[in-house]
Design a protein around this ligand. Sequence first.
Ligand SMILES: Cc1ncc(COP(=O)(O)O)c(C=O)c1O
Length: 458
Amino acid sequence: MYPDLQKELDTFERRTPKSAAAHKRNLKRIPLGVASNYRHYEPYPIFVKEGQGSHFRDVDGNDYIDHNLCFGALMAGHCHPAVMKAVAERLTTGTMFGMPHDMEWQLAEEICQRFPVEMVRFGNSGTEATMHSIRLARAATGRDKIVKFEGAYHGLHDSALVSVKPHAPDYGDIHAPTSVPGGQGVPKTAVANVTIATFNDLDSVELRFKQNPGEIAAIILEPILMNVGLCIPQPGFLKGLRDIATRNGALLIFDEVKTGAKLGWGGASEYFGVTPDMICLAKSIGGGLPLAAFGAHTSVMDLISQHKVFHGGTYNTNPVSMAAGLATFREVLTRENYTHVDKLSKKLTEGYRKTVAKSGLQAYIASAGANGALMLYPKEIRTYRDWEAIDIDLWRHYWFGMVNRGVMAQPYWWDEQWTISVQHTEADIDKHLAAFEDIAPALAKAQQEREAPAVAVH
Ligand SMILES: Cc1ncc(COP(=O)(O)O)c(C=O)c1O
């Protein structure tokens, strides 16, 4: 371990004793001491007390600029006033009915105006959105298999938990990756129906269609692979997928759980100019409450109307989440707010680039819409396997160093990225950049020492 990383870890433990104690307590009753595996890390996760705007405070009273924002689900920032007002109004007029109401068509209209879909259904999580989309695609085509990209995350159902973070030698040839279950309990039959391709490699997608003629229902992807930091589609890749899907009678599903709100007003299809057949939305569309949606053209969604595909859910369109969603679409995810976030994103990205150049750190900054990441690689990554080459200790040094300086630069884990909310300010970005400037020389030094190990003296 780099000595400076150890120093940062010592500082972290000095600053967060109450988190340590809270985690120890949790461990007795809750596996890993957390409610979602992603929240667990060594030595223990920060326990949160409260959040407001672009900041949160932990149980020890430390204040942080928050670019984790619930794994990118809070482009609204904490407690956005418009969302809170809408929620407060609903809290006294009934929170669940399991009956239709007037906000459903309003939110469906908002979604259909922004995204290339004609009908939508709602749910509560990204997992639901991708699960139902895949089922619909299977029904629409009468085929069972799908193409998924190695390293991509689409939630927790069986068809999604394949080749999420596979390792050598299990994952085989990069041009024809093996389907690897993402843990025990995923049935072999589910794995067999998920064929894996490599992001930014159209040939690997063509190969799957050649090997499985008339059997592939859909290609599902995040238009920007955000489960490996930020892996940008190379020019022509998304358009190529569109062509392959159309040629083979398969549906193209954009999993826009992250990109839908955070790339810009019209999500990835507007940003990249490529139109999918189906989209999945969740996270930031709820403004801080659980809300998801999936949509497609009427011919596909009609399978639900015709009782051919089943979709339901007790909590679907609960009025509190729907009120939050409506306020989010109308008052948070506005063109003006995207302009504000783009401006901050440019400032943050340019600031990072300057500091990287000055410090000599071998890294680049990836950025798109409200998202960005310090990518600790000498050149741009294009695939999941490029991402695997990360120097984990160096990344931990960065993350804990930033946290100790009051900046949660992104969620813990080097496969994540930062989010800038509509409530972040220029002052937040200045503080973020100052913290990075402070720590960058130590990161560069650690990197150089690792690359040039001391020559043994006999
Ligand atoms: C691209 C993508 N799809 C689906 C999901 C699953 O969403 P949820 O955690 O709401 O089930 C996530 C969650 O991180 C995601 O990033």
